[in-house]
Structures are given as C-alpha cells and as structure tokens.
Design a protein around this ligand. Structure first.
Ligand code: UDP
Ligand code: MG
Length: 318
C-alpha cells in the first residue's frame, strides 16, 4: 500500500506570538511520522489564516517560502474558527488521503497524532482527540465546558464528550462532510453524523504556549447556543411541554376563580390578575425568543451564503 499523504490543518487567527513556536513542532511531527514510514514525504502543514489583523499571514508566507512542507491559505475576512477550519479541510481534501485538524496554540498534544495515524492505518476514517484531563484549564473553563457537553447530550445532540476540533478525518469522510451544506456550522456535532468507522484517542491538554484565548465566555456561550439550536429541536419540544403545563395551571386557576366568584366571595382580583399577566407575558416572550432563534437559523440557511471565501494562498494551481 502507498503511504498516505497527511495534511495537518491549522486555523490561525491573530496568532503571531505562538505561530513561530508551534509551526516548528508541526514540521517535526510530519518529519518523524514520515521517517517512521507511516506517512508519505508529500505530507504538509496547511495553515488557514482566518482574516488575522496582525502579522499572522506574513509569518505563514515566510514559513511557506522557507520549507515546502508548509502551505498557507487565507480567508478574505475573519469568519470564525469553525468556518476557517472547514475551509482548510475542504482545500486539503482533494490533495491528500488524510487530514488532522488542530489548533495552533500548542494546547493539544501533537504526540497523539501518532496514535491517530495508527488508528487510521488500522482502518478508522475518523479519529477523535479527546481530552483525558483538563487540569490546566481554570475551574471555570472546565466547569462551563463540561456542563456544555452534558447539556448538548441531554438535548439530543450526539457529540463526543470532551472532544473539540482535534481530529483525524480521511478524505473519504471529508467528501461526505462536504455534502452537508449548512451555514450554521458546528463541526463537533456534524462529524458524528457523517459516520464511518471511528475511534477516540486520549491526551492531556496543556496550556496555551503564547498569546490569548479567542474564546471568552461570551463566545463560548454563543458557540454552545449555536451548537444546540443547529443540532437539536428539543428546545422547541420543551416549549410545547411548557405550554401544556401552563395551560393546565391556567385551567385550574380559571376553575378556582369561577368557584370563588360563584361562592360569592368578593375577590379583589388585583393580585391574581397581575400575577397571571406577568407570568404569561414572561413565558410567551421566552417562547417567542426560542422560536425566533430557529427562524433566524432558517433565514441564514435560506440565504445560502458561502461559508468562507479565499483571498490568498501560498501555492500555484497545478
Ligand atoms: N481561531 C480562528 N478564528 C477565530 C478564533 C479562533 O481561526 O475567529 C483559531 C485560533 O487561532 C486557534 C483555534 O481557533 O487556533 C482555537 O482558538 P483558541 O485557542 O483561542 O480557543 P480556546 O482553545 O481557548 O478554546
Ligand atoms: Mg486554545
């Protein structure tokens, strides 16, 4: 069998501090894997510049000029981690046999790649990198992140616990992923839907080597919300349940009011009216909000805008 061509796909956004350090680590890994005879010498590291505002793209161009193992591609503007990653994977898919996606900040242990490639050579088409421990994350990040995975699973989205976007995908699995045309992109939820034979490898997550996280709480919440609403309709079902419960309660309330009135008690009526109005107003607004969220998603899907556009790359068309 011919040795597989591996592309390591690395989305980068404002990473000028960390890129010079981690790029060398990726290159070494490719060399070591090629020397071990597991992958082809034609393997590459593909950096995807996600519209960085600092010198990231210059650094990538410099790397590509220095060593043929480095390739770079640039999005026309910042589109976010998920879109940048998809763009990179799609650019890589027809040029290689297998891809590994990884963040460029050195948090994910690159030595897990050896086991990923072994699993691939054993016939797996998708290999999930799973964080065995999160010791280096702050308590807050760990708590919110793990809570998120639990919530997602309870809401019916089939995602791999503690797996982010460090994963191996074969070009066959990527071709299948390309069939999913959704604009509201949440790769962690999509890849399990793509199927194929898969497995997980475990690794310890380290601290960022340099630079700062681009995922403050606000963005994490947005990602979690996007993930839930693009993978699950359970929130809408919950609303229906809530509606039923509120209706039953209201019915009891009406009976109570009627009986009280017929029994001739003079009901002041103010408190109960206000309570009802407030309660119903609150419930209705909440429900409208959730439904609106889904309509917003439909709106974005209906427009079918491109998920990423490339403006530059470091190689010429063959
Ligand atoms: N990233 C990106 N576009 C963005 C934000 C982040 O391509 O708009 C990249 C970033 O360069 C990094 C990866 O996504 O390689 C993960 O980001 P980060 O390390 O900041 O997130 P965290 O690990 O803290 O969740
Ligand atoms: Mg990180």
């Amino acid at each position: 069998m011919e040795k597989p061509v591996l592309y390591i796909v690395v989305p980068c956004y404002n990473e000028q501090e960390v890129l010079p350090i981690t790029s060398g680590m990726f290159l070494e890994k490719i060399r070591a894997l090629a020397d071990a005879g597991k992958i082809s010498e034609e393997s590459r590291v593909l950096f995807v510049n996600d519209g960085s505002k600092d010198d990231t793209w210059k650094i990538i161009e410099g790397l590509a000029a220095q060593d043929a193992h480095f390739l770079g591609i640039s999005l026309s503007r910042n589109r976010g981690h998920q879109n940048a990653l998809l763009g990179g994977l799609m650019a890589a898919k027809d040029r290689c046999d297998v891809t590994i996606s990884i963040d460029c900040d050195g948090q994910d242990d690159i030595n897990a790649m050896d086991r990923m490639i072994d699993a691939y050579l054993d016939g797996c088409e998708v290999v999930y990198g799973v964080r065995a421990r999160r010791d280096t994350d702050t308590f807050f990040k760990r708590f919110t992140a793990e809570g998120f995975y639990h919530l997602m699973n309870r809401l019916g989205a089939d995602i791999v616990f503690n797996h982010a976007d460090y994963r191996l995908m074969s070009s066959r699995a990527l071709a299948a992923l390309a069939e999913f045309g959704e604009v509201n992109l949440f790769l962690r939820g999509l890849v399990p839907l793509v199927g194929f034979k898969s497995t997980s490898v475990y690794y310890d997550r380290a601290e960022r080597i340099a630079g700062e996280s681009h995922y403050p709480l606000k963005k994490m919440l947005a990602l979690a919300f996007d993930g839930i609403t693009s993978l699950s309709v359970k929130p809408i079902r919950l609303i229906t349940t809530l509606g039923v419960v509120v209706s039953v309660l209201s019915f009891i309330g009406v009976l109570w009011a009627l009986i009280a009135a017929l029994a001739g008690h003079t009901v002041a009526g103010w408190a109960s009216t206000v309570c009802m109005v407030c309660f119903m107003g609150g419930v209705q607004l909440l429900c409208l909000g959730v439904i609106g969220e889904y309509i917003g998603k439909i709106y974005l899907e209906a427009k079918h805008r491109p998920r990423y556009l490339f403006s530059d790359r470091t190689w010429k068309d063959e």
